[in-house]
Design a protein around this ligand. Sequence first.
Ligand code: SF4
Ligand code: SF4
Ligand code: SF4
Length: 187
Amino acid sequence: MATSLIIFLLATVFCLFAGLIRSFDSLDSTVINESDLTHRINALLPQTQCGKCQYDGCQPYARAIARGKADINRCPPGGDESIEHIAALLGRDSLPLHTETVAEKQSMLALIDEELCIGCVKCIQACPVDAILGAAKQIHTVIERSCTGCELCIAPCPVDCISMTEVNVEIKKWVWTKPPSLHELSP
Ligand code: SF4
Ligand code: SF4
Ligand code: SF4
């Protein structure tokens, strides 16, 4: 009788232990899958880090998509191309760019009024893509080919000498469409 009881108790402990390990395993794979998916989605975003998607950058936005907490159509710099690639990755239908952000898709460029610039370097610190040239107490200027039009430099400027202007697409500013990444090409 005592032997049966011990065997029963051992079997119960074993089952509980096995169940615990299984649940850890599935938790692990959920975390890994989400992390992998975030990485793959992030690779399809333009890395402008402009915050137009209402997230702190491309990676947080990618993570929100991976968790099903954000639509795939919130990135104006990425536009239709990014949306289509993300939709294909997730096996979903593509969407039009979110209506409130469509207007922002127009290419814009920051311009600094050099007469007013006091060289405080606050715009340089705010620019996520290092598109501003300058140094303390020196006139600053925007590197046109690097500016993504994110407008993040405007608010920090204490003398309001930065404005946005529309960019006309011309041969010097035209760029090739970004080619697909390796994992998009793999079957
Ligand atoms: S709007 Fe697009 S480019 Fe800008 S931070 Fe969000 S995902 Fe990145
Ligand atoms: S210069 Fe201004 S608008 Fe252009 S990328 Fe930098 S922060 Fe954005
Ligand atoms: S934030 Fe304005 S004033 Fe300061 S360096 Fe930039 S452009 Fe000049």
